[in-house]
Design a protein around this ligand. Structure first.
Ligand SMILES: [Ca+2]
Length: 227
């Protein structure tokens, strides 16, 4: 940590030795860094005595575990809330996985009259305080026995608190907008989740007739973090 906090001085020294001039208060950053935000920002708070972070090496990471659902045992990293104890992370059925052989399959089953069939799958993710440029990517596929444009069966992909409060809706799906192939998700996270543990939650609800299946695969929660 110490050497990182000292690098601007070292760089100034190196530049001076090379005969280059530097306007006072400006230091060129090494490639791949954004010096203004990382050097100036910590100074803006003005709190004396706080150990402000120095420049870092930005690195893109995937914060989601087993987003492609291929890790054994099935549903590693995820918590399933099953309808009639049917597994959600599975390889069987007619829709081939988008990656590997396993995907999440929510719904595809009939509920009772006045008692919807519900499936849910979630994973809690600790988002580093330094995380920026957070994006959710993946694929979904919706197949339904319903016709028409009335929503009877629905699904949602959301970022929630660990208590379940929705922080950002990532993707809302229903029988009214079925797909015929895997469809890409690419959604920037606008909710302020850096430094928090949040929940990625997939959930479905089916009514009592003409089932709808909601498939998800190859999910990722990527962010740029300081290393
Ligand atoms: Ca997969």
């Amino acid at each position: 940590m110490q050497y990182r906090r000292l690098w601007p001085l070292a760089l100034v020294t190196a530049c001076a030795q090379a005969g280059q001039s530097q306007p006072q208060g400006q230091v060129d950053a090494p490639p791949g860094t954004t010096p203004d935000a990382q050097i100036d920002a910590p100074m803006m708070g003005g709190e004396a005595g706080i150990d402000t972070p120095g420049p870092c090496t930005p690195m893109m990471v995937n914060l989601l575990q087993n987003g492609n659902f291929e890790t054994q045992p099935l549903a590693t990293g995820w918590t399933e809330t099953r309808y009639q104890n049917e597994p959600i992370v599975r390889a069987d059925g007619t829709i081939v996985a988008q990656s590997g052989t396993v995907r999440a399959w929510l719904g595809g089953v009939l509920g009772g009259i006045g008692a919807a069939a519900t499936d849910a799958l979630h994973q809690d993710v600790a988002v580093p305080a330094s995380a920026t440029n957070i994006v959710i990517t993946g694929f979904y596929d919706v197949r339904t026995g319903e016709t028409g444009t009335t929503q009877y069966d629905t699904a949602s992909f959301a970022i929630t608190s660990t208590g379940g409060a929705v922080l950002q809706q990532v993707q809302a799906l229903s029988n009214a907008a079925p797909t015929t192939a895997w469809t890409a998700i690419n959604v920037p996270v606008t909710a302020n989740i850096a430094g928090q543990t949040v929940r990625l939650r997939l959930a479905s609800s089916n009514d009592f007739t003409a089932a709808t299946s909601f498939y998800f695969d190859t999910l990722a929660l990527t962010a740029t973090v300081c290393q």
